[in-house]
Design a protein. Structure first.
Length: 149
């Protein structure tokens, strides 16, 4: 192994570090992939096909979904699993194609920092979302709902 290449996943060098992160990363990609199939297709089915399907999607539809802890957790699970899956997949691609060690370190850090920020922002949006903004107009579909609550 030269200074610029990565140690093989099963080399003693990687194993000596204790937890084999490459192995857990490999397992994570498979497990999250299976969970994402259920979550993504469930999401598409409920949003695009049930009832009026795509024609029912508006601000009130989203507000209705975010009012339910079930859909909040569904969406947050999709967000976390997909972003960590996507970032780890991109890390693999970066490790495969970027030969320079410094560039590789910078890119992999940028991937985890951006995934972390998006996870933080997305989670905050899902759990703090409040559709009842001040001064809702009379014509708003949310007017009755917000004034009743
Ligand atoms: C339907 C759900 C999904 C399934 C079943 C799935 C499955 C997988 C599996 C098994 C791998 C590993 C492939 C390998 O190691 O050779 C992988 C890699 C990858 N996935 Fe997913 N994935 C899904 C959704 C996503 C999503 C939503 C994203 C983006 C956020 C994504 C981005 C990636 C990337 C960038 C890689 C790395 C590709 C590579 O190594 O060449 N995947 N996916």
């Amino acid at each position: 192994m030269t200074a610029d290449t990565l140690a093989a996943p099963r080399s003693p060098e990687v194993r000596r570090r204790g937890v084999n992160l490459e192995k857990w990363g490999w397992i994570y990609m498979r497990v999250s992939g299976v969970l994402l199939i259920v979550l993504i297709f469930g999401h598409l089915f409920v949003n695009l096909m049930v009832g009026d399907g795509i024609h029912a999607i508006d601000f009130a539809f989203v507000a209705g979904k975010f009012a339910s802890p079930f859909w909040q957790w569904w969406d947050v699970a999709m967000l976390w699993l997909a972003l960590i899956h996507g970032a780890n997949g991109m890390r693999t691609i970066v490790n495969d194609y970027v030969a320079n060690k410094t560039a590789r370190t910078v890119l992999v850090w940028a991937l985890w920092v951006s995934a972390g920020l998006l996870i933080l922002l997305g989670t905050l949006v899902v759990f703090t979302f409040d559709p009842c903004i001040p001064n809702l107009s009379d014509g708003s579909v949310l007017f009755e709902y917000c004034n009743a609550n």
